[in-house]
Design a protein around this ligand. Structure first.
Ligand SMILES: Cc1cc2nc3c(=O)[nH]c(=O)nc-3n(C[C@H](O)[C@H](O)[C@H](O)COP(=O)(O)O)c2cc1C
Length: 158
């Protein structure tokens, strides 16, 4: 199974989760590529697409929220998952999964993964699984056990 993990990260936490998911998938013999969203869509031969982003202002990062992240010391990319999705012509033609990182677990934390799901639903594309991973503060680190949880989730997706 060929898997493409497209991710965006300002402080490194979402990128770490993406790598842990990839490790889990590889343990089940999947072939996995992890790429920054700024690299643009390349879906040839991909069976499973995994999209992951940090939650910003309750949703998917925008140019404005990336600026805010930079002001807090983050290395936000110029473009991310939102722009990657915009550049995607129609249906990706494979199974799609979404994840995010969040600092809170309540309703008011929001979820970038939910925003990704909503954007895809507008194109009649279903997200088959969605998960949030907890960071302890804006800069991180990830809460205890989250990387293990990400690896296990990755294995379960294979
Ligand atoms: C501008 C900005 C807005 C944020 N808004 C939220 C939010 O609405 N809900 C939340 O749970 N976390 C929020 N956070 C915390 C991020 O989720 C956290 O920085 C991120 O998960 C870290 O991932 P990264 O290291 O990959 O950037 C925000 C962070 C920034 C920089």
């Amino acid at each position: 199974m060929n898997v493409l993990v497209i991710t965006e990260s300002c402080f490194g936490n979402t990128a770490r989760v993406a790598e842990a998911i990839a490790t889990g998938l590889r343990s089940r013999n999947a072939t996995v590529t992890v790429a920054a969203a700024s690299s643009g869509p390349a879906l040839d031969g991909v069976h499973l697409l995994i999209l992951g982003a940090p939650t910003h202002n309750m949703g998917i990062p925008s140019p404005a929220s990336r600026r805010q992240a930079r002001e807090k010391g983050g290395q936000a990319p110029a473009t991310g998952v939102a722009e990657w999705l915009e550049a995607l012509p129609g249906d990706p033609g494979c199974r799609v999964v979404a994840f995010d990182t969040v600092t809170g677990t309540g309703f008011f934390s929001g979820s970038a993964a939910k925003s990704i799901e909503k954007r895809l639903r507008r194109r009649s594309v279903s997200v088959i699984a969605r998960k949030s991973f907890l960071v302890t503060s804006t800069q991180g680190p990830l809460a205890d056990g989250e990387l293990d949880r990400a690896e296990q989730w990755g294995a379960s997706l294979a």
